[in-house]
Design a protein around this ligand. Structure first.
Ligand code: C5P
Length: 216
């Protein structure tokens, strides 16, 4: 898979922003796999059930796609823009809990792979893009940053969406999620084989993007 870049890493490491800029530069599609786990968490919250069968029924035959709205990728599920609902921090925590379950992960594996069109190209970001979903990707990146820097970036992102969050709560929520994502048995967050590690703590977005463009 030549026209495929995977970007894995913890929350707030800059994956989404970097993926968006790369997609614009290259004219490729994006897959924000975290948004799909957040969608699952939202569905679970709405139907008040956590079992894969019930969630699978809600997902069945429904369209899932990303579209640029005012320079931001929005997630559309069954024709509805669910972006603002899935971005809540509680939904992130719930997504992380549900993502432990292999059967939940299986619900969206094919959907994730279907985002790759070899004629167009794809930037896929998440926790297991290079290790499990697209192990054959041409370029794999592992993007990291210090916890303080990641929390600062997340706070700015949430503020832009009109959501106020306390910095201490944000750091502990990110730390909690990192711990769960790295230590789970299924598809843990790890540096995929063959991935280039980039620490973005002291780098600008453009510097990160240029490092990745150099690899292409
Ligand atoms: O990246 P984001 O914060 O939106 O992801 C929400 C949660 O979804 C993560 O904390 C992680 O537990 C889960 N996730 C995952 N595998 C992915 C992407 C996200 O388990 N590929």
């Amino acid at each position: 898979m030549d026209k495929l870049i995977t970007i894995d890493g913890p929350g707030g490491s800059g994956k989404g922003t970097v993926a968006k800029i790369l997609a614009a530069k290259l004219g490729w599609n994006i897959l924000d796999s975290g948004a799909l786990y957040r969608l699952i968490a939202l569905i679970s919250e709405n139907i008040k059930k956590t079992d894969p069968d019930s969630i699978g029924k809600e997902l069945k035959d429904k369209s899932i796609f990303f579209e640029l709205v005012k320079d931001q990728y929005h997630l559309f599920f069954d024709g509805k823009d669910v972006t603002n609902f899935i971005r809540r921090e509680e939904i992130g925590v719930k997504a992380s809990d549900l993502a432990h379950n292999q059967n939940i992960r299986n619900l969206i594996k094919d959907t994730q792979r279907s985002f790759y069109d070899p004629n167009i190209g794809l930037i896929a970001d998440g926790r297991d893009m290079g290790s499990v979903v697209f192990p054959e990707a041409g370029i794999k990146i592992y993007l990291d940053a210090s916890i303080e820097e990641r929390a600062k970036r997340r706070q700015i992102q949430l503020k832009e969406k009109g959501m106020e969050v306390n910095m201490r709560n944000l750091i502990s929520s990110l730390e909690d999620r990192d711990l769960k994502d790295k230590n789970r048995d299924v598809s843990p967050l790890l540096i995929p084989k063959g991935a280039k590690v980039i620490d973005s703590t002291n780098l600008s977005i453009d510097e990160v993007v240029n490092k990745i463009m150099d690899l292409i």
